[in-house]
Design a protein around this ligand. Structure first.
Ligand code: FAD
Length: 290
């Protein structure tokens, strides 16, 4: 492994300046992806910019409207140990508690899971189902974009040179809505998803029809998918198995998986259907409790 400079900016301005010094960079958040990739020679950079000393990236809080703004570097453990988040956004807990084990969760964060931009990243379908956006910052200012617009390919994203993820923004959730994240892995824990699904359902005032729905599927395409057709298949329908099966068909139709050591194309398409139905069932339970 070649020598790499280590920088620990204490502010966003210092981080932006570090990104302008002409060297190739990666960010060091929890380090649970990037250190492995550098050690194995899968990535090469001149400098690592530690993003765990920047106050804006290390804090989280509720917005006036009832959304949650999560600094990109806040460790998962801090999020899932927060009782208010667990009560109001249990779907975030579904995914945050699944990433690796406790050691990983004590370092790793949403910014790293998203920044790594793997097709199977576990927090992404959950966040897309919740309608999350990213705030990206650079010396020129900030811009906000829907999470599903961030990814362009395996390990690839729209981040411009000089830019970083500042916050992950979960908007206020609709009334009478619930969301759930589900994944399939060959082992009980510490494995990469064969398929993962996030789903949110919103019921009408009478609780008899689906007023809105968002479905996202991971590990079945070069990037995590936001399957708008699955949501459209649900809106206006009575919540139940018939509607869920139609949404699952739409999710399976959107899947473009590959066969690899974890699963075949046929298994992944089948799992997309199964997990979509299961995630919708649990999202419905939560919507009815909301
Ligand atoms: C044993 C083990 C088990 C794992 N299990 C899972 C699992 O179950 N599910 C899963 O999804 N992942 C898993 N992972 C992968 C990894 O832990 C997660 O992807 C984690 O969320 C990465 O976060 P991090 O903070 O460690 O990122 P880092 O490794 O610090 O960074 C990852 C990438 O994100 C970029 N980045 C970091 N912060 C920013 C920022 N603010 N702005 C822009 N880019 C940024 C970095 O440049 C780098 O390219 C596992 C890894 C290990 C080693």
């Amino acid at each position: 492994m070649k020598e790499i400079d280590y920088l620990a900016p204490a502010s966003l301005d210092e981080a932006y300046a570090a990104l302008q010094n002409g060297k190739t960079s990666a960010f060091l958040a929890g380090g649970t992806d990037i250190i492995v990739q550098l050690r194995e020679g899968r990535k090469q950079v001149d400098q690592l910019i530690d993003v765990k000393h920047i106050p804006e990236l290390m804090r989280y809080g509720w917005t006036d409207g009832g959304g949650l703004a999560i600094g990109a570097s806040v460790p998962f453990a801090e999020i899932y140990e927060d009782a208010e988040i667990a009560r109001r956004l249990p779907c975030l807990i579904d995914c945050a508690t699944l990433v690796g084990g406790i050691q990983i969760q004590s370092r790793a964060c949403f910014g790293g899971n998203i920044g790594n931009s793997g097709p199977a990243a576990d927090t992404v379908p959950a966040l897309i189902a919740l309608g999350a956006t990213l705030t990206l910052g650079s010396r020129e200012g900030t811009r906000e974009l829907p999470l599903e617009a961030f990814f362009t390919g395996p390990g690839q994203n729209v981040l411009a040179p000089g830019e970083l993820i500042v916050t992950v923004n979960v908007p206020p959730q609709p009334a009478r809505s619930g969301a759930f994240f589900h994944r399939f892995i060959p082992r009980n824990e510490m494995d990469i998803a064969v398929v993962n699904v996030g789903a949110r359902l919103e019921l009408d005032a009478a609780g008899e029809r689906i007023a809105g729905a968002r479905v996202s599927v991971g590990a079945v395409a070069p990037t995590p998918l936001f399957v708008e057709e699955a949501g459209a298949a649900l809106v206006g329908q009575a919540p139940g198995e018939e509607a869920f099966a139609r949404a699952a068909d739409a999710a399976a139709a959107a899947a473009r998986p590959i066969t690899d050591m974890r699963g075949s194309i046929a298994q992944r398409v089948h799992l997309t259907r199964v997990l979509t139905v299961r995630a919708l069932r649990r999202a419905l339970e939560r919507a009815r409790e909301a």
